[in-house]
Design a protein around this ligand. Structure first.
Ligand code: GLU
Length: 302
């Protein structure tokens, strides 16, 4: 495994400098783009890593996976009446589809869907933010994980588009809580900071039929775990899910902080981090590294 990661690192390093860090969230604009790290967590909990794998970064939309799982552990299948499981084919923060489809977001990984899931979690927990923080701490085994208030505040100050989606859903009676409260929780989640090692550990239960070695418990049933992986495969990579399936063939979720988590079901989980993004918002080096990894291991879910 170590020689695999070393080889990928050598292959990818010359690409450093390609892409652009997310600057629509001002607090992320100053992140050093010349960072790259990978961590793999196998289903025995063994970690292999290379590069900046212990650097904590803003997990952004990767939080949508943990938020969904938190909701799934507390609600039955009725949750899927309020949010769909189809790819959107549109940018992650698009508003148009939401109106055409009567306030029911296409899936939990576009912003409207994640806001809807945050609304569901908000109804269930006295402190939804602490519930999420503690959940990722338990899944990763790292009790130091925190949300960066500067990033969360910066996102809140620029919340107009996300607020518009939430208010639209409220108008369609598909939103129960105060929009501003849910937005605060959503941005808290996006601003959680974790390293590749934390994330590879935290997501490992999806490679392990729903069982988390770190938490030492079944987080999702094997069936639910399969469902989340299917959603990741079809909707986890913004508007690039098709070519990611074509070239990498693994369930994955990216965030505009430059992280991508991916799952090799039955074998291991991966997190890649490099902050510079391509046009749709995926890490340039992250996607390239995962393409190289899937070619080298000669394995995909398809
Ligand atoms: N906090 C970001 C937003 O709401 C998340 C974007 C992302 O990583 O996709 O726009």
């Amino acid at each position: 495994m170590q020689s695999l990661l070393d080889a990928i690192y050598e292959e990818i390093k010359p690409m450093l400098g390609q892409g652009k860090v997310a600057d629509y969230i001002p607090a992320l604009a100053s992140v050093d783009p010349f960072q790259f790290g990978i961590a793999i967590c196998d289903n025995n909990g063994e970690i292999t890593q290379v590069g900046n794998a212990n650097t904590a970064f803003s997990i952004q939309s990767i939080s949508k996976v943990f938020n969904l799982v938190l909701a799934m552990t507390h609600y039955d299948d009725n949750l899927w009446q309020r949010v769909g499981c189809e790819p959107s084919g549109l940018p992650f923060n698009s508003l148009v589809q939401l109106e055409y489809e009567n306030g029911i977001p296409r899936n939990p990984f576009i912003n409207a869907g994640a806001l809807l899931i945050s609304d569901i979690v908000q109804s269930r927990f006295a402190s939804p933010q602490l519930a999420m923080r503690d959940f990722v701490r338990t899944l990763s085994g790292n009790t130091e994980i925190h949300s960066n208030p500067v990033v969360a505040d910066s996102e809140y100050a620029h919340r107009d588009r996300n607020a518009a989606m939430a208010y639209l859903m409220r108008d369609y009676k598909n939103f129960d809580n105060e929009v501003e409260d849910v937005l605060s929780s959503y941005f808290f989640n996006c601003a959680l900071e974790m390293s590749c090692v934390d994330l590879a550990r935290a997501i490992n239960f999806l490679a392990n039929r729903g069982y988390s070695l770190m938490a030492q418990k079944q987080i999702l049933t094997p069936d639910q775990s399969r469902q989340v992986n299917a959603l990741l495969a079809t909707s986890g990579m913004y508007d690039e899910a098709g070519s990611f399936a074509f070239n990498v063939g693994l369930p994955g979720k990216s965030g505009v902080g430059g992280g991508i988590v991916a799952v090799v079901p039955g074998r291991f989980s991966i997190c890649v981090f490099s902050p510079a993004l391509n046009k749709v918002g995926n890490s340039v080096l992250g996607v390239a590294a995962l393409e190289s990894l899937s070619k080298r291991i000669g394995w995909s879910v398809y």
